[in-house]
Every structure is written in structure tokens, then in C-alpha cells.
Design a protein around this ligand. Structure first.
Ligand code: ATP
Ligand code: MG
Length: 565
């Protein structure tokens, strides 16, 4: 491709509102332009990278036994009403009306469409399992679109759905998809982890998120420093054991702790440590209030709480609700004497001797509190967030934290959609059963941005060879020089013939501009045709290492094959 004929609008300045490396560089290197908040045009270079990612995904999906189709982005409201998500998905779902006032949604995801399709077309166990995928534009009216392509309102997703007659078949395809995802992200050269995730609102069981490790990630991953264990920090179980000291239990006493609110303030005021305090928080679990206890140096994990009660929603009680139930400010709530409320505690509470807790009276705390002697707990459970330094849940190594960008998600849906939408089949015995489903998503445009986030340096993007928009960038230093122009053209044609993707900078620009643009765009190998063109000698430069070599034109092809792998 001749650079004069394509559109690569590079920028010298760092765009003011782009706050991540990938967003800045994709704008500056002329890959994307914003249209409206969270909505982008993919310019020719980005389109090429997307196509490469899509090709990798298609190959791996085909390998996993999934078949491509394409479903509508415009989806009738009735389907979403059937699944119930019309009412629960919230403002993220873009809704619109047609000329006859019929309601529609722009596809945020396609469980409804595919479930209705398959229920109409598949009736027998003989046609199962079936796995289908598409690569398509999705719409989500994100509250905070940001980081360029990483969180858009219009973005490209690969979504796959599988249908099964039994759980083993789902397990089998889930594993194949998991392996396919690992292969896709490996082929994209990404540094990633497959992490155990929360199945939460989707009501399924197993689920893994594929996370690209990056400081700008919005999710925290807890991973073992010595095994491949990794989980979303919300999901990681805690297997710590807590030791009870040999201290003798003293008599319970109520003390004035005026204006001491946080655990840190109270423990400092009472000359003890946060780990000796009983953090007591009143939660509203669906419609029921529950008092939850955790050691003062830990945090309550509301997802664990939600899962424990199999609740639809979990939130902290308001100050008014707390005052009504406990008769005190939030900072003075405690388990002693609180009535008609279930009390659940994290395992860490069990080992406290002569601890501190709120007295359910504003400005007062109890000291010398001993669980079981002074209050009863209905159950001790794992209710806290794992912390760095905790034992890894698989028993191997200790936990470290990292930030991650979710690029993929595999999920066992079970019968969540097939039951709601009546997608059933006849089994071997002629009995009707709900289909068992799985769903599997990859953020294609987000993956592009994640690669840009991991592969760059101070001069620009540094594309891995398999994803680069072109493999070779030819730069004639001076296009007005006949020798340089002719040799460049000759190499350009030779490389194209050899099946190499080449971009040639045939613009009449100063060399400095051309080199800076070339570094910014980040094509793996640069061939510079300069003063030695008359001798048939050019310079080869590898973008990632900066390695430079002078080479005869006859040796270019073999040298390129070496550097491009
Ligand atoms: P997130 O937690 O980041 O909002 P999600 O869990 O809602 O994502 P899924 O419904 O699992 O996303 O969608 C599948 C994949 O689509 C995600 O793993 C992610 O890579 C991609 N994706 C989701 N939302 C966006 C978005 N707003 N912009 C770009 N890609 C997205
Ligand atoms: Mg997800």
C-alpha cells in the first residue's frame, strides 16, 4: 500500500483527553478517530489489525467446533421481555422505537436472539450439542465510556453460544472454548491470565474471565506467586487459619468513645489494634437485614455475602435504617444486644479474645468482648476479601494482586435463558427438557487496544508481527531522488510478490517526519532506502529491538523472513 493513497492521519501532539497509552497512541498513529463519546471510526490501519485478530479468532473457533453465523443488531423488545432482561438490564441497553412505535433494543449481547432462533429450529437431542458464534458490533450505553476502545458504547465483540442436552456436554465445550481463548490471546502475544470470576447476575455456575495484565485494568486479580491459580479478587476464597491467643477472657465493659468512628480511630483511642476489633456492618440482603462481622483489619466482601444468601441484591443499610434497627450511628453498631437480626461472621472473628465492638449506642463501644460468650453468631463463613500475602486458595504459594483488563469471558449459563424462553428439546426417552447453554465473548476492539497498551515504547506502537497492520515499512528517504525512488519501488513490488504486507512511504515529506511517523505506527521491520541506493544497499531496522543492519537488496527477503519469524 502506498502511504499517499491511504488514510493515516498521524498527530504530533498528545491528545488532551486521552488518558491511557493505548488511547493516545491509537489516536496519534492514525488508527482511530472518535465520533462521539465511546464511538469510534476504525481507520484503515486499525481495520487491518482488527481483521487479523478476527482471523485468529475464527481459526480458533472453527478448531473448537463452533460455526459462524450473523444475527441482527436490531432486536425486538419482546425477546428481552421474555427473558426478563428488558426490565433488569437498565440504561446500558440502547432502546429505540420504529415508525409504528414498536420497541427495539440495539444488541448489547445476543442470548435472547440466539435462544429464540435455536428453540424454533432444534427440537431433538440428536441435533445437540451445537456451538455458534458471530463477530459483530455491540451497543452498550456505558455510564463512563473511557480509555478509547477499551470501554466503548459501540464496540466489536465475538460472541459464541452453545446448546447441550446434558451437563457433561457443556463441560466439554466449555473446556474447548477455554482452550481456544487461551490460544487466541497467546497468538495475540498478550500477557494474560484466565481467572475464576463471579457468575453473579447471570445466574450460571462456572465462569472464567481472560484478563490482560495492565496497571490501567479496572479489575483486581488475586494470583498465586507459585502456581497458575488466579481469581477475580471478589471471588477468591480465603483459606487462612486464625490462631487464638492464650489470653484470659476479661469482664465485658462499656466505654465512652466519643467522636471515634473508624476502626483506626477507635482502636487507637482504646490503645489496641484493628485486628482486635469486630467490624460490624448492617446489610440489606434483598429485603432482610443482616449484621455482618469481620475482623477490623479486613474488608467484608459483599459478593460472598450475596452468594451465601443466594440474594438478588446486597447493600449497606442506610444511616436511617441503621439508627432504627440498632439504635445507634453506623460507627457504633455491634452484635451485643441487637435484636431480631441474623448475625453472620467471617471466620476471622472466631479467634478474637477480649475484642472491641460497637455498643449499639452512639459514642459507646464494648471492650473485652468475647464471641459466643457475649453474643451468638448464626454462622461463621468466609466473608472477607482475600489480601496480598494470604495463602493461595489452591494451597500453593501466597497471593499477589495485579490489575487486569477483561478481554474475554466464558460462562456456563445453564438453563437461565432456555427456561425463561422455553427452549426445550426431546431427549432419548421422548421427554421434554430445557436446553443447557454456555456463552463465550471476546472483546475484539478491546483486544486491539489491550495489545496497543502492552506493546509500545516512548516513540510509539510496537506491533507483534502476527497483528501488525503491515509487516514491512519501506521509507525512501528522498522520493525526488530517482535511484532511491526506483529501488524502493522495486523492493516494494518484490516483497508484495513474496506475499509480504508492505506499506511504502511515498510522500514528499522530510525524512524526520517519515521516521517519526514510522516509529509511531510501529510496523515490525523498516527498510530505509537512502544514499546507498545506487549500490543496491538499504538499511533494515527492527522496531522492537532497534537493531539495524545494512544489507544488499538481494538479501532482503531472506533477512526479512528471519526477523518476521
Ligand atoms: P466489563 O465488565 O468490562 O463491562 P462485561 O463483563 O460487561 O465487561 P461481557 O458481557 O462479558 O462484558 O462481554 C464480553 C466481552 O466484551 C468482554 O470480555 C469485553 O472484552 C468486551 N466488552 C464488554 N463491554 C465492552 C465495552 N464497553 N467496550 C469494549 N469491549 C467491551
Ligand atoms: Mg464479563
Amino acid at each position: 500500500m502506498k502511504q499517499s493513497m491511504t488514510l493515516i492521519p498521524t498527530l504530533r501532539e498528545v491528545p488532551a483527553d486521552a488518558d491511557t497509552k493505548s488511547h493516545q497512541l491509537l489516536l496519534r498513529a492514525g488508527f482511530i478517530r472518535q465520533n462521539s463519546s465511546g464511538v469510534y471510526s476504525y481507520l484503515p490501519l486499525a481495520r487491518r489489525v482488527l481483521q487479523k485478530i478476527e482471523t485468529i479468532i475464527r481459526e480458533e473457533m472453527d478448531h473448537a467446533g463452533a460455526v459462524e453465523l450473523l444475527m441482527p443488531a436490531l432486536q425486538q423488545a419482546e425477546l428481552w421481555q421474555e427473558s426478563g432482561r428488558w426490565y433488569t438490564y437498565g440504561p446500558e441497553l440502547m432502546r429505540l422505537r420504529d415508525r409504528n412505535e414498536r420497541e427495539f433494543a440495539l444488541g448489547a449481547t445476543h442470548e435472547e436472539v440466539i435462544t429464540s432462533l435455536i428453540r424454533d429450529e432444534v427440537k431433538s437431542y440428536k441435533r445437540l450439542p451445537l456451538a455458534l458464534y458471530q463477530i459483530q458490533t455491540k451497543f452498550r450505553d456505558e455510564k463512563r465510556p473511557r480509555f478509547g476502545l477499551l470501554r466503548g458504547r459501540e464496540f466489536i465483540m465475538k460472541d459464541a453460544y452453545s446448546f447441550h442436552s446434558n451437563a457433561e456436554s457443556l463441560d466439554d465445550v466449555y473446556q474447548k472454548m477455554y482452550d481456544a481463548y487461551s490460544a487466541v490471546f497467546r497468538r495475540c502475544s498478550l500477557n494474560f491470565r484466565a481467572v475464576i470470576a463471579d457468575s453473579g447476575a447471570m445466574g450460571g455456575k462456572d465462569t472464567h474471565e481472560f484478563m490482560v495484565l495492565s496497571d490501567i485494568g479496572e479489575d483486581t486479580i488475586a494470583y498465586s506467586d507459585s502456581s497458575d491459580y488466579a481469581a477475580n479478587v471478589e471471588m477468591a476464597p480465603v483459606i487462612a487459619s486464625y490462631e487464638k491467643s492464650g489470653e484470659v477472657a476479661r469482664e465485658l465493659e462499656k466505654v465512652l468513645t466519643e467522636n471515634q468512628k473508624s476502626i483506626e480511630e477507635v482502636s487507637a483511642f482504646l490503645n489496641t489494634k484493628p485486628e482486635n476489633c469486630i467490624k460490624s456492618l448492617l446489610f440489606k440482603v434483598d429485603e432482610q437485614f443482616v449484621l455482618v462481622l469481620v475482623r477490623g483489619d479486613y474488608e467484608i466482601n459483599d459478593i460472598k455475602l450475596k452468594n451465601l444468601f443466594e440474594a438478588g441484591s446486597v447493600e449497606l443499610a442506610s444511616a436511617e435504617e441503621t439508627a432504627e434497627i440498632a439504635g445507634a450511628e453506623i460507627g457504633s453498631v455491634g452484635p451485643i444486644g441487637i435484636k431480631d437480626i441474623e448475625i453472620v461472621a467471617d471466620h476471622s472473628i472466631n479467634s478474637i479474645i477480649n475484642g472491641v465492638c460497637g455498643a449499639n449506642e452512639t459514642h459507646y463501644h464494648y471492650v473485652n468482648v468475647n464471641p459466643e460468650r457475649d453474643f451468638a453468631v448464626s454462622r461463621y463463613e468466609d466473608l472477607r476479601f482475600i489480601q496480598e500475602g494470604d495463602l493461595s486458595p489452591d494451597g500453593n504459594g501466597t497471593i499477589k494482586f495485579a490489575k487486569g483488563i477483561e478481554v474475554g469471558h466464558v460462562f456456563k449459563l445453564g438453563t437461565r435463558y432456555s427456561e425463561a424462553m422455553d427452549a426445550s428439546f426431546l431427549d432419548e426417552n421422548g421427554r421434554s427438557q430445557s436446553m443447557i447453554m454456555g456463552c463465550y465473548g471476546i472483546g475484539v476492539s478491546r483486544t486491539l487496544a489491550a495489545v496497543a497498551e502492552q506493546f509500545n515504547d516512548e516513540r510509539g506502537l510496537v506491533w507483534p508481527a502476527d497483528l501488525a497492520p503491515y509487516q514491512v515499512h519501506i521509507i525512501p528517504v528522498n522520493v525526488k531522488d530517482d535511484l532511491q525512488r526506483e529501488l524502493s519501488e522495486e523492493i516494494y513490488q518484490d516483497l508484495k510478490k513474496a506475499g509480504i504486507e508492505v506499506l511504502i512511504d511515498d510522500r514528499q515529506e522530510r525524512p524526520g517526519v517519515k521516521f517519526a511517523d514510522s516509529d509511531l505506527i510501529g510496523i515490525p521491520v523498516r527498510v530505509t532506502v537512502g544514499k546507498k541506493a545506487g549500490e543496491g544497499i538499504v538499511e533494515l531496522k527492527v522496531r522492537s529491538t532497534g537493531e539495524v543492519a545494512e544489507i544488499e537488496k538481494s538479501g532482503i527477503l531472506s533477512e526479512l523472513k528471519k526477523s518476521l519469524g
